[in-house]
Write a new protein. Structure first.
Length: 237
């Protein structure tokens, strides 16, 4: 990575077995851009990352070279890891959601007594639909039972744990991606059942978090060479 080529190398015993290897000295960090400098509007502007743009793409667009992408990680405190902090493309986000939110959710109505009922790991069966599914997890506060290995389609009905024999009511099923992540009003996040609360689904939560990452600070093109030179100087002192 272009960014790390300016870091000095050190000998380090990674496995604590007296066998040292040369690695990049990532423990040394040079904050060449002070807060006072960052607050200087002549240094930076804001950039809205487009769908699918990588750091080197943005560097090429702004500085006519892909080599200055590391400056984004220098000036934005929220950017620590390109794999977790850089916004995902629409395709990447969809794949992330598919892997993270597998299965379905059985929606439990507000006021239904789910406490202590239906054990994780057991199979539940709809007493009207005959649909079945294995309980992966459940959340009383959010009002869902997450299931996998679903067979059939659950309706608004009573479901029964096939091991515990416990009963609870559900209002139907939904892909877990569309299940509740939290509830919110104009005052912020609130408990389920709060008057006027809006449900924020897992999909909506992930999209909102990804959108937050799209706006970053960037060093203005006429200052990037100055900052790069200072960084290279300090990092090797």
């Amino acid at each position: 990575m272009q960014y790390f080529r300016y870091f000095p190398k050190i000998k380090y015993d990674l496995d604590d077995n007296k066998d040292t290897r040369e690695i990049v000295d990532v423990f040394k960090f040079a904050k060449v851009v002070s807060q006072k400098t960052i607050d200087d509007i002549s240094l930076y502007s804001y950039y809205h990352i487009q769908d699918g743009e990588r750091p080197d793409h943005v560097s090429q667009r702004l500085y006519k070279s892909p080599s200055y992408y590391w400056t984004f990680f220098l000036i934005n405190e929220s950017l620590k890891n390109v794999y977790t902090d850089w916004p995902m493309s629409a395709i990447q986000l969809e794949k992330h959601n598919e892997l993270t939110y597998t299965g379905h959710a059985l929606n439990v109505p507000v006021g239904s007594d789910m406490f202590g009922k239906i054990d994780v790991g057991e199979t539940v069966k709809g007493l009207i639909s005959g649909a079945t599914g294995k309980v992966v997890s459940k959340n009383i506060n959010l009002g869902w039972i997450r299931i996998s290995d679903k067979s059939g389609t659950f309706q608004a009905e009573t479901v029964q744990g096939q091991t515990s024999n416990e009963l609870t009511n559900v209002t139907g099923e939904t892909p877990f991606l569309n299940a509740a992540h939290h509830f919110t009003t104009s005052d912020g996040e609130v408990p389920r059942g709060t008057a006027g609360a809006v449900t924020v689904t897992n999909r909506e939560y992930e999209e909102a978090e990804n959108n937050k990452r799209e706006k970053i600070r960037v060093i203005k093109p006429n200052r990037v060479h100055e900052i790069a030179q200072e960084f290279r100087k300090v990092i090797n002192e």
